[in-house]
Design a protein around this ligand. Structure first.
Ligand SMILES: Nc1ncnc2c1ncn2[C@@H]1O[C@H](COP(=O)(O)OP(=O)(O)OP(=O)(O)O)[C@@H](O)[C@H]1O
Ligand SMILES: [Mg+2]
Length: 290
């Protein structure tokens, strides 16, 4: 485990030491979904102040599937981590399903992340000393759920994704695509309201990335989880009905879908083995990436 944010996540801590924000809450009219208002995030780099987010406003309904795109350094990861409560914003408001994230204590943030959010990172970030099934059960164990319940639910999610047979294997024995499916199962195990994914296909070939996107978007749709995904890849973004473009810490445009890219290779039949559940995968929304 190398990502400090994941370490903090697993230990139930927030990783940033920034001051509490001052922005006023800005919930959606019915309090559902995600509402971000005036979000600013500045980092200190030596004597310099780096403004990674320069005032972001967003309103996303519950169950939305949104790709976040933009040049390197534009603030995509910072935006994702602020909304996920991993980083504390410098100022601004983030309301998720009625909860004002920005003002919460470290302990409350940690509990919120475990109970309500799922995370998929670029390389899976599975714990190497645990089996795949134990990795999937981990968020529930960390949340204090009984072991039998955690492992039972992990089996259920792995069955939904068609990866039960991977359960006994250590992450080092898995391919990149298999590891990402395990990571998706882990992200979904606690029935999250929101799944955050930062370039989850960045280390995969196009075919495998396509399969992983099918599993991820299909599973989130089936469970009703909102999906926020950062990507550089227009082929990945073309899976999403809504694309948010970030540049220089600002949202340029939200809502425009990405034009379908050149056809990608066929999905592997392995993806849907062991299950006939529609949630194990979905077809491309515009049928263009097959
Ligand atoms: N911990 C940090 N300390 C100082 N500056 C940081 C830190 N993290 C990010 N930054 C700066 O904030 C800006 C936004 O970074 P961020 O990682 O959000 O960009 P990104 O869009 O995710 O980039 P990439 O596509 O390369 O992952 C960049 O200028 C970056 O150098
Ligand atoms: Mg990034």
């Amino acid at each position: 485990m190398t990502d400090p944010d994941l370490i903090a996540y697993a230990r139930g801590q927030a990783s940033a030491q920034n001051p509490a924000p001052t922005g006023a809450p800005a919930p959606l009219p019915d309090g559902s979904g995600i509402a971000v208002a005036g979000l600013v995030k500045q980092y200190r780099r030596g004597q310099q102040t780096v403004t990674a987010l320069a005032g972001v406003d967003l309103a996303l309904p519950r169950g939305a599937q949104v790709a976040i795109m933009g040049p390197s350094g534009s603030g995509k990861t910072t935006l994702l981590h602020c909304i996920a409560g991993i980083l504390r914003p410098t100022s601004g408001s983030i309301v998720i399903e009625g909860a004002q994230i920005a003002g919460l204590s470290e302990k409350a943030l940690s509990a919120l992340r475990l109970a309500r959010f799922g995370f998929v990172f670029q390389d899976g970030q599975l714990l190497p000393e645990l089996s795949a099934a134990e990795n999937v059960a981990l968020p529930l164990m960390l949340a204090g759920r009984p072991r039998a319940e955690a492992t039972g639910r992990a089996q259920q999610v792995m069955a939904m994704l068609g990866i039960v047979e991977l359960g006994p294997h250590r992450p080092g024995q898995l391919s990149g695509g298999q590891a990402q499916r395990v990571a998706i199962a882990r992200a979904l195990v606690a029935r999250p309201q929101v799944v955050f994914a930062d370039e989850p296909t960045g280390a995969l070939d196009q075919t495998t990335g396509h399969e992983v996107m099918s599993v991820l978007t299909g599973a989130c749709r089936a469970t009703g989880a909102t999906l926020l995904l950062v990507t550089h890849d227009p082929g990945v973004a073309s899976w999403f009905p809504q694309v948010i473009r970030v540049q220089d810490g600002r949202v340029l445009a939200a809502g425009a879908p990405v034009a379908p890219q050149a056809p990608a290779p066929q999905r592997s039949p392995q993806m849907t083995q062991q299950t006939s559940s529609p949630s194990s995968g979905s077809t491309h929304p515009r049928g263009a990436a097959r």
